[in-house]
Design a protein around this ligand. Structure first.
Ligand SMILES: [Zn+2]
Length: 139
C-alpha cells in the first residue's frame, strides 16, 4: 500500500481524473533551479565586469573621442550592461515559471491557456507563452 506524506493533492487529482504530473513538475523544478543559478551567476559575473570596466574608465582621464581604448571600454561596458539587463529579465521569467510549477499551471500558455510544446520548454523551461502567442507578441 502506498501512503506518502504530502501526496494528498496527487491522490485527489487521481480521484478527480486530472492528470498528475508531479514527476514532470519535479524535473522542471530542477531545470528551473539550474537556470536560476546559472542566470544569477551570469548577472554576478556581468556586474563584476561592469564594475571593473567602470573602474578602468575612471582611472583614465582622456576622452573617448580621441582614445580608441576608452571607446572600446565604453562599448564593452554597454554590451555587458545590455546582457545583464537581459539576464535580469530572464531571472524574472524563471521565477514566474517556478511560481507556475508550484501553482500547477507550468507548461500552460499564460496568454491562451493552451499547453506549451514540450520541445519549446526543453529549450526554454521559463517560456510563459506557447509558440503561437510568442510569435504573435514578438511583432
Ligand atoms: Zn498561447
Amino acid at each position: 500500500m502506498l501512503r506518502e506524506e504530502g501526496s494528498a493533492q496527487g491522490w485527489c487529482a487521481s480521484r478527480c481524473g486530472i492528470r498528475v504530473t508531479s514527476m514532470a513538475d519535479d524535473r522542471w523544478r530542477v531545470r528551473l533551479n539550474n537556470e536560476e543559478a546559472e542566470t544569477r551567476a551570469l548577472i554576478r559575473a556581468l556586474s563584476a565586469s561592469i564594475d571593473g570596466l567602470s573602474a578602468a574608465r575612471e582611472g583614465d582621464n582622456s576622452d573617448d573621442e580621441h582614445d580608441p581604448e576608452g571607446s572600446t571600454i565604453a562599448f564593452e561596458r554597454s554590451q555587458a550592461s545590455a546582457m545583464r539587463k537581459q539576464a535580469t529579465e530572464r531571472l524574472d521569467e524563471i521565477e514566474a515559471a517556478m511560481t507556475r510549477v508550484e501553482a500547477g499551471t507550468f507548461g500552460i500558455c499564460t496568454e491562451c491557456g493552451q499547453p506549451i510544446a514540450e520541445a519549446r520548454l526543453e529549450a526554454r523551461p521559463y517560456a510563459a507563452l506557447c509558440v503561437t502567442c510568442a510569435s504573435g507578441a514578438r511583432r
